[in-house]
Write a protein of this length. Structure first.
Length: 216
């Protein structure tokens, strides 16, 4: 079984299977190869169940043609490609409408959609970050948005820089708020200890439900 092994300053092992079909095992810095093999063998059945689950949920490759489904803030929209001299994207009722001259230009459509997501992610993430930062009285310096394979967000505590996954913009707003609060909380509580989770419980009591929806 292929697994990505990460050594971290943690007390207990953390095993994850991601929607990208990656098996990631985070281990304490002094963990032995024998301990790693024992965990992977012990959890083999669970790992295979998760892999099969995510395989069943995988979508076929995008063709970027009318009728395909896209998500934005947790809602499903039907893609509609419209031939037009003006290039733009409009969210209209239940449709994500793309207007462009060459409706068969896959690269152009792909670039337009990514830019559309990035622009909205920048505005929405910035608003939530600013709002929670003021509410919690926790200052962050900068934030960036990029596509990440295994994380929804990260926080570099030394520089107070927060990175958020572009894919978050497709998730419900409550789930976005959970990720942002989670990263801000790390500035105050660097580790996933009881103080950290108590803090989450105070400020977003249904955070576990919000986290669950991230992988749906």
């Amino acid at each position: 079984m292929e697994a990505k092994i990460l050594y971290k300053t943690i007390k207990n092992p953390i095993l994850k299977v991601t929607p990208k079909l990656e098996v990631i095992l985070s281990m304490p810095l002094n963990a032995s190869q024998q301990e790693i093999e024992h965990i992977l063998e012990k959890r083999k059945r669970w790992i295979n169940q998760k892999l099969e689950f995510f395989k069943s949920k995988q979508m076929p490759p995008r063709l970027l043609i009318s009728g395909e489904d896209f998500f934005y803030l947790g809602k499903r929209y039907r893609l509609k490609i419209i031939k037009d001299t003006q290039t733009q994207i409009i969210l209209n009722n239940k449709y994500l409408q793309i207007y462009l001259k060459d409706t068969k230009n896959y690269k152009k459509k792909e670039t337009m959609i990514k830019k559309w997501y990035q622009e909205r992610a920048k505005d929405i993430f910035s608003e939530i970050l600013t709002r929670y930062s003021k509410m919690l009285e926790i200052d962050f310096n900068t934030f960036s948005i990029k596509t990440m394979k295994t994380r929804w967000g990260s926080c570099k505590i030394s520089s107070r820089h927060i990175t958020l996954n572009l894919e978050l913009i497709k998730k419900p707003k409550k789930s976005i708020e959970y990720v942002i609060l989670h990263e801000l909380a790390h500035i105050k509580y660097p580790y996933h200890n009881q103080d950290f989770y108590n803090y989450l419980n105070i400020h977003i009591p249904d955070w576990e439900n919000a986290r669950t929806k991230l992988n749906e």
